[in-house]
Design a protein around this ligand. Structure first.
Ligand SMILES: [Fe+2]
Ligand SMILES: [Fe+2]
Length: 239
């Protein structure tokens, strides 16, 4: 497990829950019929194919960022609204909510990602919920994972404070990352006539930053974006 994920998992106070969560993160596989499905390694999996975190390592970033957002929401609920939150459930929920996304993608020869055959039959929520029930996770945690897309894009709306927090944290991070990716792609297209294939969140944030720091006229802004893209391409060649 990555050191960042280990640090987050260590915040789960309940020992047996912490161990179970760690066990699933370390081996996110599922047996269906005669076959054991193993997806992309967690460390390289994206968290989406185009909308958000759609690059290698995107899922890890999303797990980390959505947990931070969720913990911020826990603080707000308790300090400002006087509510009570079970943080163990929230942390475990954020770590596990997309744990089966790596099973739904595959890497193509050109380095891009595509939908894996398993994802033609089952989505990452159904896979995670099934596995978690088999592993004996508590119902309230299974609910968080099942409800993280909300009721219009998933099987059930959040019915607990913890599930609501996780749902909102998931949407917030997906939007934050997705909007910046979309803007960076658009800016690269307008500045160079060709859309840059964004390889990391840093690249996307760099491009958007270059545009916003040069807002006196659009020609200068386009030049700043072009410069940023050239820097990114040079960096890629180095690395
Ligand atoms: Fe999801
Ligand atoms: Fe998510």
């Amino acid at each position: 497990m990555s050191s960042e994920l280990s640090k987050i998992a260590a915040k789960i106070q309940d020992k047996s829950l912490r161990e179970k969560v760690t066990q699933l993160i370390e081996k996110p596989t599922i047996r269906i019929g005669e076959r054991e499905y193993t997806g992309l390694p967690l460390a390289v999996s994206p968290a989406g194919l185009s909308h958000h975190h759609s690059y290698s390592g995107g899922l890890l970033e999303h797990m980390e960022a959505s947990t931070e957002i969720a913990l911020g929401l826990c603080k707000i609920v308790e300090r400002i609204y006087g509510g009570k939150v079970d943080r163990d459930l929230v942390i475990a929920g954020m770590l596990l909510h997309d744990i089966f996304k790596p099973l739904t993608y595959e890497r193509m020869e050109d380095g891009t990602y595509a939908t894996a055959p398993l994802a033609d039959r089952l989505d990452h929520l159904t896979l995670a919920v099934s596995k978690m029930i088999r592993m004996g996770f508590p119902l309230d945690l299974v609910h968080i994972v099942g409800a993280h897309h909300g009721g219009s894009a998933g099987p059930i709306w959040p019915r607990t404070i913890e599930a609501l927090i996780c749902h909102l944290a998931d949407i917030t991070d997906s939007r934050l990352n997705g909007e910046v990716l979309r803007a960076a792609r658009y800016l690269s297209r307008t500045a160079t006539g060709e859309e840059l294939n964004i390889n990391s969140s840093k690249e996307a944030f760099d491009i958007v930053r270059s545009k916003q720091s040069e807002h006196s006229n659009s020609e200068k802004a386009n030049l700043a974006v072009k410069d940023a893209i050239e820097r990114i391409i040079a960096e890629r060649k180095k690395g």
